[in-house]
Design a protein around this ligand. Structure first.
Ligand code: 5GP
Length: 131
């Protein structure tokens, strides 16, 4: 069965997309720890991040770099942090979070409750800065 992220990529489940190319897809985490919390996933469904091929690992990092630049241009932060967990969704993904200190990327932190209009505005802003 396709993962929930494959169904999002296919457009079967809605998401707040910020960027995509032929191999990778980036969208807002629905339970964000910060405004600008983005997930970057390969379109090729693989469960465990380190089971991605070396080519895919290089490709997803290069794509995430472009998304991180767009997040940094969209939200005040010192830098964009990166985390790979993958315990909840068995489809490899990178969390990107704008941070000013390390504790802000802790996924156990309280999640923000945002209205759909806020998610839409955040996705639009990041997408507008994606190059
Ligand atoms: P992890 O697998 O890295 O532990 O966590 C999975 C992440 O995916 C969580 O931060 C969770 O909020 C996010 N997530 C799970 N299901 C969905 C979904 O249907 N849509 C979106 N946008 N994010 C999701």
């Amino acid at each position: 069965m396709a993962s929930i992220f494959s169904r999002i990529i296919a457009g079967e489940i809605p998401s707040y997309k910020v960027a995509e190319d032929d191999k990778y897809f980036a969208f807002l985490d629905i339970n964000p720890v910060a405004k600008g919390h983005v997930l970057v996933v390969p379109k090729h469904e693989v469960d465990y991040f380190f089971d991605l091929s070396n080519e895919e690992l290089g490709g997803i990092m290069a794509f995430a770099k472009r998304v991180a630049a767009a997040i940094k241009a969209s939200f005040p932060c010192n830098r964009v942090g990166l985390s790979v967990i993958g315990i909840d969704v068995p489809h490899a993904h990178i969390h990107l979070v704008p941070i000013t200190k390390g504790s802000e990327i802790n996924m156990s932190n309280p999640k923000l409750k945002l209205e759909s209009t806020e998610f839409e505005a955040i996705a639009k802003l990041i997408a507008s800065n994606f190059k």
